[in-house]
Ligand binder design. Sequence first.
Ligand code: URA
Length: 454
Amino acid sequence: MSAPLHIIDLIRKKRDGGSLDPREIAFLAAGAADGSIPPEQLSAWLMAAFLRGLTLDETRALTLAMRDSGEKFSPARLGKVAVDKHSTGGVGDKTSFLVAPIAAACGLVVPMISGRALGHTGGTLDKLEAIPGYRTALSLAEFETVLANCGASIVSQTPSLVPADRALYALRDRTGTVESPGLICASILSKKLAAGLDALVLDVKTGSGAFLRDRKDAEYLAALMVATAEAAGTRTVALLTDMSQPLGRCAGNWIELVEAVELLRGDRHPESEDLRELSLILAGWMIHLGGQAATPEMGYAHAEASLADGLGLRVFYSMVEAQGGDVSAFDDPVKFHKPGATKVLDAWQSGFVSEMDTTALGWAVQRLGAGREKAGEPVDPHAGIEFHARRGAHVEKGQPLATLYATSAVLLAEPVALLKEAIHFSETPPQPVQLISRIFTRESAEAHLNGQER
Ligand code: URA
């Protein structure tokens, strides 16, 4: 019989730089899920893990133990290959609203369990709830019904799905232990793997608006997640993508949905081209990994066809209606958009838009009312920012740079000040930044980690 485990021993072991074995990690995850380990001891262990780092084996064991800490979803009965995409936060990132219906339109099933606004980044669920009536909290049985009928469903985590992450994430948020590659990997993948996915596409952000701004950290996280998910039996790739400016032209809740629906309708807008391109590339990989295209490029072509023939839009509308949402709000999106206050910010000098502190822009969006100060607070569906110039554009002094939508006029001053600090101009055009700078598959992820274990 194996010796009993004690949480104090696991805290001391990690604090002193040791590695926990899978049995010890499973004890920790079970104790987080059922509440038998008190928060102060979980927090102490989290800080030790944050400071000392987790080995690849520990990360893998923690991911699996958290995945197995509660109920799981099995898409097997749906009779289709299950794929998903995860973006590691960002400003204006609404790719989920495009890739989920596009992949479903191409014959796959997309069981997407999403999150709320976190720090300076927006939340997929908060955005969807801007649609009147849309329900994000479905039971697993309802989730399965929507998936069977529409092919895609975007919902919130249920109380019984990955309870270990629910407990650990809330503590990490309050103890300064979020930005740890091992803990991020286990948190994200435990939820994705609990959804029973066959394939997963990870969109890991780099640049001024990313959680891990340092490129090397982002590369390590991307490789770590690919190797961990592959070891758990899910075909996975990670794309390192640019977050040195907001993605697309809108950042907020309702206005982001409108931008996504415009693209699903086949409309084009110069300031939305990066969003369209990234969404088609991500969807192309989903379609390829899901076995519906021989290459990601052929997947891209299928994805583009589903915009042209309107099938992606039809899937999106059918998912919204199946989850109680009223799609007529999209008939006249401008009429439906009712911000409490609006301000057009003009360029305060002429020049090329050279640099954007995208984290600061994200905070500006949240403080207009699109995000919350405390967990559980309501968000304003109408708050947000529409950007009229992107990095590299030449503007004249006095030309509109952005339109800010706030809950009330008193909320405008701080975001305006943040924008003035965050946006920089130059006399010559800035160096262009690649939308996708690196792709990790299983082989390249393992090779990367072999040289870099921390
Ligand atoms: N999203 C998650 O779900 N977990 C993390 O740790 C970071 C982002």
